[in-house]
Design a protein around this ligand. Structure first.
Ligand SMILES: *Cc1c(COP(=O)(O)O)cnc(C)c1O
Length: 485
């Protein structure tokens, strides 16, 4: 496609070559270079931008025509609209002033890996539809077994477990609820009244997983003063459910809850799951990345006995969304639940039994080449680089927590784990909310609040790719001043 195409139906192209609307490689090269420059410039200046966009609902949509273009547009105009239409409506998650929610880290190697994956445009549903996609994925998930100190039996290479990339921790948790149900009902016609368990502080994806899997009963188990699941309460709930004629099926434990980064007693839950023959799923969506630091691995002690484990490189391992890892201790249960082979997918490689067909490890058929960006992140940083940066974020987090503990007007709301500090104003909810609003009046900083029961608190999450000690110091100055007035 060079400039604007002649209308193929009009008479100014009589007998000429059939027009193509496709972007040719030369144009792709030109626009591609321009966009890499644009992104590099964005990375350099994102810290100066107002983190939260100042738009009202409908503003962005109103600047886009209500109907799709009939005529091709110049690509220069599309790039121009990035600044005019898109940027006013962007929330700057990659800002060094981003201390909200949890980080959604990305990085140069990840972005470039994503670009190449899009450029190759392969579908990796079967080994044979792109062997490199499958084999790189199975290798990097094996690497991560070792890097996170997980059992060698979860490696694809040695089995009987295995690892696979999914699009989100939620997807993995939903999927595992279905797999646990299928394992429990294999060869049976009747479906017992199953029960799924997790902590009252767990992510909503656990309850949704139970719903997706058609598990009738869901129990949010009480937590102790550290906001960790209380194993005695779990045991009591299981006993009560059995007494009521129900069938306990699955328990999900959490390494780093979404609200406060609380950590469940994984070993105690593993023991209960084993005594009661429940599937034990570990949701380490956030905390899993930190297990690359050996000194933190005691926090997940007992995870080696779990049936499945999931964590998000797209949260805290410099790999852009989407990239979630799911391991199962026994891959047969996953494949048995997910495998259906229509005749058009039969092939010699699959039938040889020598290859992994990842379509059998997930709900959808099609799958993208997600492993490339993760492979590049792991190689480009090295384990050492990731460990260095996460260790630095955790050190900065501990330092802020220590200052809050000593502060006249502030107090910690929950134990501090990984890169999250939860704190509140000693004068109560109103003062806490006012403090959060005051901090967020600084345009290039953003934090979010939450509550525990009726108690409001502020979440300070440290660990974006662009986070620096200077940015955290500046933030502390702002918090300290705002809390003291
Ligand atoms: C963020 C988070 C999730 C959800 O992750 P997605 O990949 O966005 O689905 C699940 N569990 C925990 C503990 C989380 O922190």
């Amino acid at each position: 496609m060079t400039d604007l195409l002649p209308d193929p139906d009009s008479s100014d192209n009589p007998g000429g070559p059939t027009p193509s609307y496709h972007m040719d490689p030369d144009e792709f090269r030109r626009h591609g270079y321009a966009l890499i420059d644009w992104l590099a410039n964005y990375m350099e200046t994102v810290g100066e931008r107002q983190v939260m966009p100042g738009v009202e609902p409908g503003d962005i949509a109103a600047s886009i025509p209500a109907t799709a273009p009939e005529k091709p547009e110049r690509f220069e105009d599309l790039i121009g609209d990035l600044d005019k239409v898109v940027m006013p409506g962007i929330t700057h998650w990659q800002s060094p002033g981003w201390f909200a929610y949890y980080p959604a880290t990305t990085s140069g190697p990840s972005i470039l890996g994503e670009l190449v994956s899009a450029g190759l445009g392969v579908q990796g549903m079967l080994w044979s539809t792109s062997p490199a996609a499958t084999e790189i994925e199975s290798r990097v998930t094996d690497w991560l077994v070792d890097l996170l100190g997980l059992p060698a039996a979860w490696r694809n290479r040695t089995g009987p477990g295995g690892g696979v990339l999914q699009s989100s921790a939620s997807d993995s948790t939903h999927l595992i609820h279905v797999v646990a149900r299928e394992r429990a009902t294999a060869g049976q016609n009747d479906r017992p009244a199953f029960v799924a368990y997790t902590s009252a502080q767990a992510h909503s994806s656990v309850e949704k997983g139970a719903r997706v899997a058609g598990i009738e009963h869901f129990r949010a188990i009480d937590v102790d003063e550290n906001l960790s699941l209380d194993p005695e309460a779990l045991r009591a709930a299981i006993t009560a459910d059995r007494d009521a004629g129900l069938t306990p099926l699955i328990v999900t434990s959490v390494v780093g809850t979404t609200g406060t980064a609380a950590i469940d007693p994984i070993a105690a839950i593993s023991k209960i799951a084993s005594d009661e023959s429940l599937w034990h799923h570990v949701d380490a969506a956030y905390g899993g990345s930190a297990m690359i630091c050996p000194e933190l691995r005691h926090l997940q002690e007992g995870a080696a006995l779990a049936d499945s484990y999931t964590f998000n490189p797209h949260k805290w391992m410099f790999t852009n969304f989407d990239c979630n890892v799911l391991w199962v201790a026994d891959r047969a249960s996953l494949i048995d639940a997910m495998s259906i082979t229509p005749p058009y997918l039969r092939n010699a490689a699959s039938e040889s039994g020598k290859v992994i067909d990842y379509r059998d490890w997930q709900v959808p058929l099609g799958r993208r080449f997600r492993a490339l960006k993760l492979w590049w992140v792991l190689r480009s940083y090295g384990a050492e680089g990731i460990r260095h940066h996460l260790g630095e974020y955790i050190r900065l987090t501990q330092a802020v927590a220590a200052k809050i503990e000593q502060h006249d007007h502030l107090a910690l709301t929950a134990p501090v784990h990984f890169g999250l500090v939860c704190f509140h104003h000693r004068s109560g909810n109103e003062a806490t909310d006012a403090l959060l609003n005051e901090i967020n009046r600084v345009p290039n900083i953003y934090l979010t609040g939450s509550s525990l029961g009726s108690e409001r608190f502020i979440r300070l999450s440290i660990g974006s790719t662009s986070t620096t000690a200077e940015a955290v110091d500046r933030l502390w100055g702002i918090i300290d001043r705002a809390a003291s007035t």
